[in-house]
Design a protein around this ligand. Sequence first.
Ligand code: IZC
Ligand code: ZN
Length: 424
Amino acid sequence: MRPLFIRNANQLVTLAGSSTAPLVKEKMNELSIIENGSVWVEGGKIAAVGTDEELSRRFQERIAEAEIIDATGKTVTPGLVDPHTHFVYAGSRESEFAMRLSGATYMEIMNAGGGIHATTKATREASEERLYEESKRRLDQFLLHGVTTVEAKSGYGLSLEHEVKQLTVAKKLDENHPVDVVRTFMGAHAVPAEWKDNPDGFVRVIVEEMIPKVSELGLAEFNDVFCERGVFTPEQARTILEAGKAYGLMPKIHADEIEPYGGAELAAEVGAVSADHLLRASDEGIRRMAEKGVIAVLLPGTAFFLMTKAANARKIIDAGAAVALSTDCNPGSSPTVSLPLIMNLGCLQMGMTPAEALAAVTINAAHAINRGREIGSIEAEKKADLVLFDVPNYMQLIYHYGMNHTDTVIKNGRVVVKSGRLCY
Ligand code: IZC
Ligand code: ZN
């Protein structure tokens, strides 16, 4: 592969210097921007970063052999990282939109057999091939919006067979598609209809059958639980997350989305990598998360789409917890793939600065999926995952809401999106 020389970005937003720990507090505003910045890429990795003047001097003898990408007038960022999605699913739930618009809540729809249960039915009925095709289309859309790594949860199978099918699709997408797909087992996403009268029996199936099998097959790195009244209690969540730890699955948790339920506290107790949602998390829970280094993954698109008040990112950052942002891409509460839109909502609805929002979808998002050393910033030795946005500065990327400025995407040193179109 020829070296790649990305030249002369109006802003090269590197986010360098935080590969071992996420950015917290004021540090979330330090983006390490290089004006007229360039990047030399070799063997799929970033080899050097600097001003165009510095790099063109340093690589003078080799420029002729490189593929040149002119970034004049553009903004270059690390490939965006989405650390919380449910994008592997079949079917669609727009019929619930109308129900919610006339007053039904997300939980009411779920308790009446819709919501997660509807998607579980469609996902169980889909063949592996069809699930792959439907999910691949979504993954292409992520890539077209500048995302080069995405976390994907299971949780629409809710039986050993179908959880394995869902994670297998995610694994095959990881292998065959340019976007890296980091897998999370989420058998504890809902209690399926057949276990409705015996939720503890279902918890036993998760702990005794699903977790050992998923771990044996190497299908996931993380283990997540929807800890919410009417779904899984903090006690059940603790049992499931501890069982996962024993099989090498790192804990994550859907915490305190709908009411304060002790999810943030539990995340700190079990040493979760992240606690996600946190709209109603207690101050004490946030304090404990900050103390234990649990990353807060916030999902303002979900609050927007469910018409509720978003989490208070300002308070969480000021309390010292690292914050990441995510789409929560899923068919019911956040059908979007756009992290630029999510950054905009992070600023308008959660009190973040644009710089914090960008740190939250790059380096901090990478840490939220345990990839801080490989991705999330533009630094020598890291994967050459880069995005050229057709805007002169990163602020404009966040300011223009609902627009897609992605021009070029480079994944592992290879151009996979050119002039806003897929070319992998
Ligand atoms: O399908 O509704 N919140 N899980 C927890 C979801 C949203 C996904 C869904
Ligand atoms: Zn979720």
